[in-house]
Design a protein around this ligand. Structure first.
Ligand code: ZN
Length: 374
């Protein structure tokens, strides 16, 4: 028994007036009621009417607004750019905070997204993005209540035990260093001491000590100087990739809103859980990240470029979709290609048909689209 059409005599009349003139005053409402309605009932009906009216208005507004922002988020180039910018700003802040912890000797190398929410909160300004998605919020929330028991190391997913082998650790240091450099560059993070210090190619850098087996990264704090190498360097790089770039290196994934735990190197004792050989796992890991390093682009940029192309393609094809009013079926959509009389129920089907049956026409149109975008 709620809503404007719930059986009261005046309801339909009330609704008509509402739609035309907006919310009635109590006086107007009473005039529209039957004569034998008691004052108490009139008052309660007015309350019900008002509530229903406001709810309807809210829904109408929400529907309108929702469609608006959704389309805007999806297709508007400025909006897409700001999504990328917000993401980049978040990554920069996360990198800054992590390096600060590293220099002060307080960096926790645990597999979580935030090592210790209590000591970190307030340290980082995640930017004041009150709109759309907020990368900061998600991670902040995550850090608030980290599960203390059982320890994150036992709950975190495990990499293949071969990951603990000395040879593999050295290979992973090189690969994660390359990833840090590439992903930092994509997001505009400059001067990362982790990747500058560990550069293989420079003969005059800090790690070219005789006898050093792998990269050595020198971390200068306010009062301390520390050399990172081997497993400790690798874990620092893995932590950086996870918390700054959403890269779960051993898990072979790169996520936009990463949370939870990254994969950690497994104890040699639990080798049994894997149904894949060490060689196959290494091959999979290396080819996954090699592909990202050599041919890969920032997934968010790829995604937005694809969205842009899709939206622009729809726009380019629009003139070839003829909207036709059909007496029996409502609107239908005809193919607008020269000499074609095909008719469909929705524009998407015309698009599909155009691509399938008039590829020459479409390729010219989409070529223009690509030119416009790049
Ligand atoms: Zn056609």
């Amino acid at each position: 028994s709620d809503g404007p059409n719930s059986g009261y005599g005046a309801s339909s009349k009330v609704q008509d007036i509402t739609q035309r003139k907006g919310l009635m005053t109590y006086k107007q409402f009473i005039l529209a009621l039957e004569d034998d309605v008691s004052p108490a009932e009139a008052e309660s009906r007015y309350h019900e009417y008002k509530t229903a009216y406001i709810t309807t208005q809210k829904h109408a507004y929400f529907d309108l607004h929702k469609g608006d922002t959704r389309l805007k988020e999806k297709y508007h180039p400025t909006s897409l750019l700001s999504v990328i910018e917000r993401r980049n700003e978040f990554c920069k802040a996360a990198a800054k905070s992590l390096i600060l912890d590293l220099r002060s000797g307080t960096l926790d190398l645990g597999p979580g997204m935030t090592a210790d929410g209590s000591s970190k909160s307030g340290n980082v300004n995640y930017g004041s993005s009150g709109n759309g998605e907020d990368y900061g919020n998600k991670r902040r929330k995550n850090g608030r209540g980290p599960p203390k028991e059982p320890g994150p190391l036992s709950t975190a997913p495990k990499a293949h035990p071969v990951s603990s082998k000395y040879r593999r650790v050295q290979a992973d240091i090189d690969q994660t260093l390359a990833l840090v450099r590439k992903l930092d560059t994509e997001k505009g993070i400059v001067g990362n001491i982790l990747s500058i210090g560990g550069d293989h190619g420079k003969p005059d850098d800090d790690r070219s000590h005789v006898g050093s087996a792998g990269p050595l990264v020198i971390i200068r704090g306010l009062t301390t100087v520390k050399g990172l190498e081997g497993v400790e360097l690798l874990d620092t790089l893995l932590t950086y990739l996870w918390r700054v770039h959403g890269v779960d290196y051993y898990g072979m994934s790169e996520r936009r809103n990463a949370n939870g735990f990254r994969h950690v190197r497994a104890d040699n004792k639990i080798a049994d859980g894997f149904n894949i050989s060490a060689a196959d796992w290494e091959k999979k890991l290396d080819s996954f990240w090699h592909e990202r390093l050599v041919n890969g682009d920032d997934p968010l940029v790829v995604l937005t470029a694809k969205d842009k192309i899709d939206a622009a393609t729809v726009e380019a094809l629009a003139p070839y979709v003829k909207k036709i009013m059909d007496e029996n079926y409502g609107y239908k959509y005809g193919c607008g290609a020269m000499g074609c009389a095909k008719v469909f129920h929705a524009p998407e089907f015309v698009h599909k048909h155009l691509k399938l049956k008039h590829p020459d026409l479409v390729s010219v149109l989409t070529l223009n689209v690509q030119d416009d975008i790049y």
